[in-house]
Design a protein around this ligand. Structure first.
Ligand code: APR
Length: 259
């Protein structure tokens, strides 16, 4: 009898699960032209990790920090130039279609690139923020970039007068409660978590799959390389997300019991 492929094993596991949640990282957007942070070709691998107290530095000098960030030197120039032009790839569209089919219940992303939304995923928690948005550090109101004038720095919140920063979560900054709560709630309901393109080094995102595993749920990862979570995974699909997720979607569509 022919050995079942990892795609088939993962597809069967997903179809047998009640509440599938996806967690995505930088790897899912590599085929959209955005470099990952760690590993081969990683931004931190080349430029070194930014200081872990980025947020404390922002609070100490919000005007200066805004001026520095708007200059976009070092890794920031390359990252933002890629973010500004990136388009969703087949991996983003496959997850959006799995949501539409009712197979994927929720998507938690660490990416700030807005590509899941651009691919029309609806149930998305962006736990590290979204680069197209700004956020008030007092009332947590979020704004589209165009809504806030940057003539005077730092900009202030039209609602409460608080200081406004990029919505992207800085190192040392607490994850905004609204998205963290969604991440924790959706994780607590999940019996199967699909991990796509994350090295699973950064918390709280790296804790979500461990919580699912601890409660007896199954983990599936899609990554060209081994990750910190590989030993905990029921299925590890070794390949690029843009190539593997459409295959997984096709298998699921072919085996999905309709109605
Ligand atoms: N398809 C799938 N996975 C890929 C691909 C690809 N085409 N290319 C690379 N990868 C994998 C890498 O092997 C690695 O395991 O994607 C992962 C990317 O890991 P990181 O660069 O560490 O990204 P991520 O896990 O999202 O980092 C978490 O760290 O620096 C912070 O805020 C930043 O949100 C980020 C967080």
């Amino acid at each position: 009898m022919e050995k079942e492929s990892d795609i088939e094993r993962a597809g069967r596991l997903i179809l047998a699960s009640k509440y599938v949640v996806a967690v995505t990282g930088a790897g899912i957007s590599v085929e959209s032209g955005i470099r990952p942070f760690r590993g081969p070709g990683g931004l931190w691998t080349e430029y070194g990790e930014p200081p872990m107290d980025g947020y404390q530095r922002f609070l100490a000098d919000p005007k200066g920090d805004w001026e520095r960030r708007l200059k976009r030197d070092g890794y920031a120039r390359e990252l933002y130039e890629a973010l500004e032009v990136a388009k969703p790839n087949p991996a983003h569209y496959a997850l959006a279609e799995l949501e539409e089919l009712g197979v994927l219940k929720y998507l938690i992303t660490q990416n700030v690139d807005n590509l899941h939304r651009a691919a029309k995923s609806q149930k998305v928690a962006e736990i590290h923020g979204n680069f197209t948005k700004l956020r008030c550090i007092e009332c947590y109101s979020r704004y589209e970039r165009e809504e806030i004038s940057l003539e005077t720095l730092p900009p202030h919140c039209p609602k409460c007068g608080g200081i406004v920063k990029s919505d992207g979560v800085m190192f040392g900054e607490p994850i905004p409660m609204d998205v963290l709560r969604i991440g924790q709630e959706e994780t607590s309901k999940s019996d199967c978590m699909l991990l796509v393109g994350t090295s699973a080094f950064v918390y709280p995102a790296a804790g979500f799959p461990q919580d699912v595993r601890r409660r007896g749920g199954a983990l599936i990862e899609v990554d060209p390389y081994e990750t910190a979570l590989t030993p905990l995974c029921a299925v590890s699909i070794r390949g690029k997300a843009g190539e593997m997720l459409p295959l997984l979607l096709d298998y699921i569509k072919a085996n999905l019991q309709r109605g």
